[in-house]
Design a protein around this ligand. Structure first.
Ligand code: PLP
Length: 414
């Protein structure tokens, strides 16, 4: 299957791991690809590609409907993926709703949990570094309920102002939305401490784990949140996958978000009995093959070990920032201690898009733009940044190629 699965957990053979990712062998504009855009979406190992392919070749059928053999196999594969994810996150499978990703997961909390509970005089507290996916659903809820949005600010280095956050936890606040890791700054928020502070004040917590799961072991019960949302495609899984973990008492109390097949026990015209969670929140045919692929991604990551992934990325990221600091006129945006392997940057006199376009011509893929975080761009007073984001499958040679490309582009733009 894949090289790393066969490798011992101690002393991972990173060259073999890299060879598991076929796309990374590609050329772009005649240059070897340097893929530094994993915060946008991660690349997929063969184990994931083969799991999706194998599902369609051998097991394809709909889930929870057909009694025939393929139907049972498809259901087993889909529920098996849920069980693998639950094991990875140290939660119970029955408390894990599979969704198309974080955006769906956060909207599910917004519409099923928050909408019926909030009203005028209530507040939703968000941090300045949230992705639009953890802002806009709350604005929609606020508009319909009369609740207001409060913002917890940052310190200049891009870490959360924890004193300010605590002071903002006033009695009107009913819900706090906080990202575990910033997709722009790489800041790792102390979500355990934050959730403890919120819980003491009776505030429900929604953690956006999109950028945490690709980089570190996450133990959801240890965080102590009420809801944890994540997306599969940033953690080696297919697009259109992910989930929401929620405390059982919330799931039991939440009405369905979408209605349809798969989420009911009995339908009559005079009333419908819904299925128990998590299926109550999975109306319609789900992304079966995608989640089978996500299950394979979890197996793949577990075989390497998330601690090994985190250590490898720390090393690569330290090298990356060391090289970047040598480039004249380059400014790193976000310098919180203990960042994940994500670095936003600007180069004096150059627009972020021009920089990214010229880097692309050198074979280097970085993202430029607002990164779906307009309020954070306003905080730094810039319209856009460039962002280099790493994964464990990158190499030190790529960091050097990136630095050389950056110097070349810098000289062109100077
Ligand atoms: N939250 C964060 C921090 C993200 O980085 C992203 C994706 O970029 C999302 C939410 C949205 O994820 P998705 O588009 O997979 O739903």
């Amino acid at each position: 299957m894949n090289a790393s699965a066969a490798a011992p957990r101690e002393g991972v053979d990173w060259a073999r791991v890299r060879a598991d990712f076929p796309l990374l062998a590609r050329m772009v504009h005649g240059k070897p690809l340097v893929y530094f855009d994993s915060a946008n979406t991660g690349q997929k190992p063969l184990a994931v590609i083969e799991a999706v392919d194998g599902f369609y070749r051998r097991h394809n059928a709909n889930v929870s409907r057909a009694v025939h053999a393929l139907g049972a196999e498809a259901t087993e594969a889909y529920e098996g993926a849920r069980a693998k994810l639950a094991g990875h996150l140290d939660v119970r499978a029955e408390d894990l709703v599979l969704t198309s990703g974080t955006t769906f997961a956060l909207n599910l909390v917004a519409y099923s949990w928050a909408l019926p509970r909030l009203g005028p005089g209530d507040a939703i507290l968000l941090t300045r570094m949230e992705h639009h996916a953890n802002i806009v659903p709350w604005q929609l809820v606020a508009a319909r309920t009369g609740a207001t949005i409060k913002v917890a600010e940052l310190l200049p280095d891009g870490s959360l102002d924890l004193d300010g956050l605590q002071a903002a936890m006033t009695p009107d606040v009913k819900l706090l939305g906080v990202t575990h890791v910033s997709n722009v700054l790489g800041t790792v928020n102390p979500v355990r401490e934050i959730c403890r502070m919120a819980r003491k004040r009776g505030i429900a917590t929604v953690v956006d784990g999109s950028q945490a799961l690709p980089h570190m072991a996450v133990d959801i019960p240890a965080i102590g949140c009420d809801f944890y949302a994540f997306t599969g495609h940033k953690m080696c899984g297919p697009t259109g996958t992910g989930g929401l973990w929620a405390r059982r008492e919330h799931l039991q109390a939440m009405p369905p978000f979408l209605g349809g097949g798969e989420m009911i026990r009995e339908v009559r015209f005079d009333g419908t009995v819904y299925a128990d969670p998590p299926h109550r929140f999975e109306a319609g045919t789900p992304n079966i093959a995608g989640h089978v692929g996500l299950g394979a991604a979890v197996d793949y990551l577990d075989a390497i070990g998330m601690d090994a992934v985190a250590a490898r990325e720390r090393e690569l990221h330290a090298h990356l920032e060391e090289e970047m600091r040598k480039v004249d006129g380059l400014r790193i945006v976000g310098e919180a201690p203990g960042k994940a392997a994500v670095t936003s940057f600007l180069v004096e006199g150059a627009h972020a898009h021009d920089l990214a376009t010229l880097l692309d011509l050198e074979g280097v893929a970085v993202r430029s733009g607002h990164h779906c975080a307009h309020p954070l761009m306003h905080f730094y007073g810039v319209p856009a940044t460039c962002r280099a984001s790493l994964a464990f499958y990158n190499t030190h040679a790529e960091v050097e190629a990136f630095a050389a490309a950056l110097r070349k582009v810098r000289n062109l733009l100077a």
